[in-house]
Design a protein around this ligand. Structure first.
Ligand SMILES: Cc1cc2nc3c(=O)[nH]c(=O)nc-3n(C[C@H](O)[C@H](O)[C@H](O)COP(=O)(O)OP(=O)(O)OC[C@H]3O[C@@H](n4cnc5c(N)ncnc54)[C@H](O)[C@@H]3O)c2cc1C
Length: 211
């Protein structure tokens, strides 16, 4: 389904990433893990963006990094600007009879996982969520304050391009050794890697090896 809706709020998350909070159309239903095709009023081409909100929240949120033509246009939009969304598309994360979820995220790959984590906290189900989250530098890390408040969620932060040593974060790429230090019996967990395609290929190799 295609919907014409409006931006209700814009949050500056980092120097190059903003969350666009969008008025939820009355009959729009989605699950964490879904994405939408988004187009501004002016543009012909729609591009995919994951929902970083949880279905229990009032708005549809998209956390977007400025990288090229479309995202630069998005960054010019203001509260009240019109936007066209189509969806939801993709496969939701929530699985029947699963209470241990392990994610490996790179960059804005964290967006749908954040939506899922908020949803699990809200539903207060008996689940454990562990997230291995890689960013270039401390300034690129998203949602840390909110993750810190979550009871069911443990985030292990990796910084690949940070000169300083940051307390509680690991200055390296995500690797099998660090994963195994944090997860007992990896076979018991439901795994998913989300991020840049080359990273997902490497992480899926690690996941296959340890599960
Ligand atoms: C299922 C799915 C979900 C997604 N969810 C999100 C999300 O939640 N948040 C998010 O931020 N992104 C998300 N993305 C990625 C998002 O769709 C792209 O970032 C977006 O399409 C980029 O569009 P653009 O026109 O701004 O960039 P484009 O202009 O298409 O540029 C794309 C790439 O080319 C590079 N590039 C562009 N112009 C130049 C140039 N002049 N010189 C050198 N390099 C250049 C950019 O660095 C960028 O890496 C998702 C993608 C998929 C497939």
């Amino acid at each position: 389904m295609k919907y014409k809706t409006t931006i209700t709020k814009i949050i500056n998350e980092t120097y190059d990433t903003k969350t666009f909070m969008i008025k939820k159309p009355a009959n729009f239903k989605y699950e964490p893990g879904h994405f939408c095709m988004i187009r501004t009023g002016e543009q012909e081409i729609a591009k995919p963006f994951s929902l970083s909100s949880s279905p229990h929240e009032k708005t549809l949120d998209f956390t977007i990094k400025k990288v090229g033509e479309m995202t630069t246009k998005m960054f010019e939009l203001k509260k009240g600007s019109e936007i066209i969304i189509e969806g939801p598309f993709g496969e939701p994360f929530k699985k029947e009879n699963c209470n241990k979820y392990a994610f490996i995220a790179g960059g804005t790959g964290i967006d749908p996982i954040y939506g899922f984590a908020k949803n699990m906290e809200h539903e207060n189900k008996n689940v454990q969520i562990t997230i291995f989250y890689s960013s270039k530098t401390l300034d690129d890390v998203l949602f840390k304050k909110n993750f810190d408040l979550m009871k069911k969620v443990k985030v292990i932060y990796f910084l690949t391009n940070e000169n300083k040593k940051i307390n509680g974060m690991i200055n390296s790429r995500i690797n099998a050794e660090k994963i195994l230090e944090n997860i007992e019996k990896p076979k018991d967990w439901k795994w998913k890697a989300i991020g840049p395609s080359n990273m997902v290929v490497d992480m899926n190799k690690i996941i296959s090896k340890i599960t």
